[in-house]
Design a binder for this molecule. Sequence first.
Ligand code: SF4
Ligand code: SF4
Length: 299
Amino acid sequence: NDQMSDLPDAIREKVQNHPCYSEEAHHYFARMHVAVAPACNIQCHYCNRKYDCSNESRPGVVSELLTPEQAIKKTKAVAANIPQMTVLGIAGPGDPLANPERTFETFRGLSEEAPDIKLCVSTNGLALPESVEELSKHNIDHVTITINCVDPKIGAQIYPWIYWNNRRIRGEKGAAILIEQQQKGLEMLVERGILVKVNSVMIPGVNDEHLKEVSRIVKSKGAFLHNVMPLIAEEEHGTFYGVMGQRGPEPEELQDLQDDCAGDMNMMRHCRQCRADAVGLLGEDRGEEFTLDKIEAME
Ligand code: SF4
Ligand code: SF4
């Protein structure tokens, strides 16, 4: 896989069996996501709280919210039925690190009961610095941070507010704190040898040009992969799309930006933005086979 060929050996070894890193592995190794995190600590203009977080997954779908206990049960049931199951991600419907009890209880249970499964988590980064210590105690394979900007002026167009120290902080001030926390969290993870992938949502006319700089900066700080995802504009999805009339990028625009960023670092092009409770190989979602009632019935 030529996307992977530039990586240092130690990282390449770690990622070659990992569906989220290589297109090839995506066809042989299965992954699943569980949605255990209902709350979020920021507001993205492109988010509609009725649906899953777009940190990692396709917006506009509602995943089954699980308790940590149910998530552990489900993961074990899937692993027993899909032998290629290697990776469990916590993503959505809100931000996993804004729900630390639920997220870490799930990780703790899985580290004990299913130690062979690699764990990953995706986050907007606001609560990342305070979570790094706990994250480093688990079998965390990688952390995905969604970084859409490094400039508070651009950030204010993407994030109307953040919730920080029990207060809502709006505009550039809020965006500046979020950016600082994301960068600090990235540095802390890299220091501890935890792999960091960066996701960015390409929003035409807002951060498209700017993402080249984001790509340069996160690479220089040690992120090993940058995944530029298109804003998915769907009429029913909410304000950013509806009221503000924001469009998503054309496929060529996305590809041009990915090409521009690729000069700087490894790009991930195979991501299909699976729904937050997706189960299976790339392009496949067997989530319907493993809903809670079906898992209960398997027992
Ligand atoms: Fe929505 Fe995710 Fe943004 Fe939170 S981080 S507002 S859940 S898209
Ligand atoms: Fe995660 Fe994207 Fe792979 Fe789906 S396609 S498992 S969202 S990296």
